[in-house]
Design a protein around this ligand. Sequence first.
Ligand SMILES: C[S@@+](CC[C@H](N)C(=O)[O-])C[C@H]1O[C@@H](n2cnc3c(N)ncnc32)[C@H](O)[C@@H]1O
Length: 277
Amino acid sequence: MTVNQKLLIRYPGGKRRLLVFLQDCLPNIHDIDGRYVEPFVGSGAVFFYLQPTKAILSDVNPELIDLYRAIRYAPRKVWATYCGFGSTKSDYHYIRDEYEPKTLIERAARTLYLNRTCFKGMWRHNREGRFNVGYGGQERRWVITEEDLTFCSTVLRGVSLRCEDFQSVINQTQKGDFIFLDPPYRPGHKECSNSHYVWHQFRYSDYERLADSLQRTKSRDVRWAMTISSHEDILRLLKGNYVLRIPRGTGKMPGILTSDSGEVLVTSYPIEGGKRL
Ligand SMILES: C[S@@+](CC[C@H](N)C(=O)[O-])C[C@H]1O[C@@H](n2cnc3c(N)ncnc32)[C@H](O)[C@@H]1O
């Protein structure tokens, strides 16, 4: 895949726009002796770019993980069900509020449909756990093709897909593994929550848990890299590692980068231009 790759799902906070920056800071896939591990996988921009053959992908979003499971198992059936859904605003509301999928394939097709036709690819649920994002239109629905699903199915073959909290995934890593982390954050802000995400808001205590798990991977010879807010309260938790500011993209082309974004890349290994925390 290239840095301008097309992704199956739209995802708030997705890292596609940063691939041009990240590609020089992450290890070459052939230099990872163990597994590639991504505990906050989202749309998997970095995973689908690197295409590792040994990997663990996880996220607390169960609909997302079920979507990947279904696409890996039966991409053409997911596609056929997706194509069968209607194209009007009222069809969208029917699929969102009334349609009751009975199989993994139907659940996955519904998730993909809602993601590609909802407002700005947001992923938000009400208190009862019902998806409640408004209609966004059909323009992005047919940007993906059956071939995109079969391609993803091939890349996901052999990958361990989990729906777990990040801590248990990090704690299971072993010597030689590489972890890429992209937790929910709002660049530069103290407020550590992101209302675009669903089940859990990410709190400062979660960043503390995250930092603690990462600091403990050192004794197991595990390398990691994480995109995160540059807020001092967060960076203070990551002492002893390396930090590099991420330039802001223009939003038009992932290759064009401008001034400071409030986001940083923190790594457990030295990187060019990185400073020790
Ligand atoms: C910034 S997004 C990841 C975006 C991804 N890198 C991409 O390119 O699309 C953060 C993800 O963390 C997940 N998440 C939130 N809390 C979590 C937790 N406690 N454990 C694991 N995943 C979590 C959210 O569901 C969301 O998918």
